[in-house]
Design a protein around this ligand. Structure first.
Ligand code: HAM
Length: 434
């Protein structure tokens, strides 16, 4: 029978190749960054009603038009695997009236997202994001503070080669003005645009600016800049964001072509791109911005200003330097007994449990084959110390201890074992061996 494979674009993470430890470190670093900036974790379901993303992310976005995993459940409800976290978090905040209790809410999340994109290095169909969202604060200081959080998180991960791209796409008034200017610009080029952009020309011409279709690149040249269309209020907001970022020492470049691929943004948008070259074409580590209209789009009676970002874990790991994990301190307990000597084997299990209760990683080859094969297994599993226990040791309250790096072997009283192990561990961490 043919063996089965994982779904295209979805990855297994196997223990043993060091990747698990790198993911854990990344998540720990992110959680620590969030704690310092006063964010708390929210968890929402992996799937939502399709309508949430249609209304939230936008009908004319790539995500909604062609990338969502949608299906009907047994009750005939139309569901989607979440393609991103922002719409779900706003849905949860509204559903649980969170703003009534917490007028300025700061949430973070970590989890898988699903988009049926063409798989490539750094672009997957199941990928993981870390993200943060702030609700209830429309001030430009929040924009700068959250961008600062992203940059400081990346630095804590050891990233040095990245760049913050910043733009403002204004509020509804700016967008209406800009829309007219864009339609006027693209209309004479209508026939040379991709069919998708022709269809979007009247409905959402901003999308033509982030189209990946090469047919749209020529007509895009000479398109008006959104910065020229900003209202006075939008311009003042944008200038203050830049001033705060400068005061915080976060370098950025203003890029008027940055529009982002989701419809909910207003005013500030930003991306952090990798400049090390490690990611090839998929070099956007993180994207986000302000979305002051999304709460009302999703049914809120009162408008709620909001700002956030999402960053792809796989991409961050491709970009972050590989830090070697410290070698773990690991003990193996070996039975000097035959497989039917239950009392001794039970003694081995009890000793292992005692050490585990003391926080020590302890391994037992419970197949209990010959002592030689148990020793070989301990060696293969890179045990730092092997303890041998037989009937005689149990009777005398002793255990035989072998330090694998040096081959040194001695008999230790059970009562002194924990201290002896602590000494070996200290020596291992200070000398780098065993
Ligand atoms: P996004 O730009 O669609 O924004 O995604 C954010 C990040 O997720 C990207 O910069 C990238 O690192 C990662 N990413 C996206 N698609 C893939 C993929 N197919 N494979 C691997 N990584 C990927 C959002 O999702 C917004 N919800 C961000 C946000 C939060 N805006 C405000 N709050």
């Amino acid at each position: 029978m043919a063996t089965l494979q994982a779904v295209t674009g979805m990855n297994d993470l196997l223990p043993g190749d060091g990747q698990g430890a790198r993911w854990q470190r990344l998540e720990t670093t992110f959680r620590e960054s969030c704690r310092r900036y006063g964010f708390a974790e929210v968890r929402t379901p992996l799937c939502e009603y399709v309508e949430l993303f249609q209304r939230g992310v936008g009908e004319t976005t790539d995500i909604v038009e062609k990338e969502m995993y949608t299906f009907e459940d047994r009750g005939g409800r139309r569901l989607a695997l979440r393609p991103e976290g922002t719409a779900s978090a706003v849905r949860a905040a509204l559903e649980h009236s969170v703003l009534a209790r917490e007028p300025v809410t700061r949430w973070f999340y970590v989890g898988p997202m699903y988009r049926a994109e063409r798989p490539a290095k750094g672009r997957y169909r199941e990928f993981f994001q870390v993200g943060v969202e702030v609700y209830g604060d429309g001030s430009p200081a929040v924009d700068a503070e959250v961008i600062d959080l992203a940059a400081s998180f990346f630095r804590d991960l050891g990233l040095t080669q990245f760049k913050v791209r910043l733009n403002s796409i204004g509020g509804p008034e700016t967008r209406a003005r800009y829309r007219d200017a864009l339609v006027a610009h693209f209309a004479p080029h209508r026939d040379s645009l991709s069919p998708e952009s022709q269809a979007r020309l009247e409905r959402n011409p901003l999308r033509i600016l982030d189209s990946k279709d090469p047919r749209d690149h020529g007509p895009r040249e000479g398109a008006p800049s959104i910065l020229d269309a900003l209202t006075d209020d939008d311009r003042a907001h944008f200038e203050r964001v830049q001033a705060f970022l400068t005061a915080l020492g976060v370098p950025f470049v203003v890029d008027p072509t940055l529009v982002r691929g989701l419809d909910y943004y207003t005013r500030t948008v930003f991306e952090v791109v990798d400049t090390s070259g490690a990611l090839g074409a998929q070099d956007t580590l993180c994207g986000g911005g302000r979305y002051d209209q999304l709460f009302t789009e999703l049914g809120s009676a009162a408008p709620v200003p909001a700002f956030g970002f999402g960053a792809g874990i796989e991409r961050l790991l491709l970009s972050a330097p590989a830090v070697d994990a410290a070698k773990p301190f690991r003990v193996a307990v070996v039975a000097a007994a035959k497989a039917d000597e239950s009392a001794t084997l039970a003694g081995v299990l009890c000793l292992a449990r005692e050490l585990r209760a003391a926080g020590i990683e302890t391994l037992v080859d419970t197949r209990f084959a010959s002592m030689k094969s148990q020793m070989r297994r301990a060696n293969d599993l890179a045990a730092t110390v092997v303890l041998v226990l037989g009937g005689n040791e149990i009777a005398s309250g002793m255990v035989s201890m072998k330090i694998m790096a040096t081959g040194e072997q001695r008999s230790v009283a059970r009562a002194a074992l924990r201290d002896e192990l602590a000494q070996v561990q200290r020596a291992a961490t200070t000398t780098g061996a065993p």
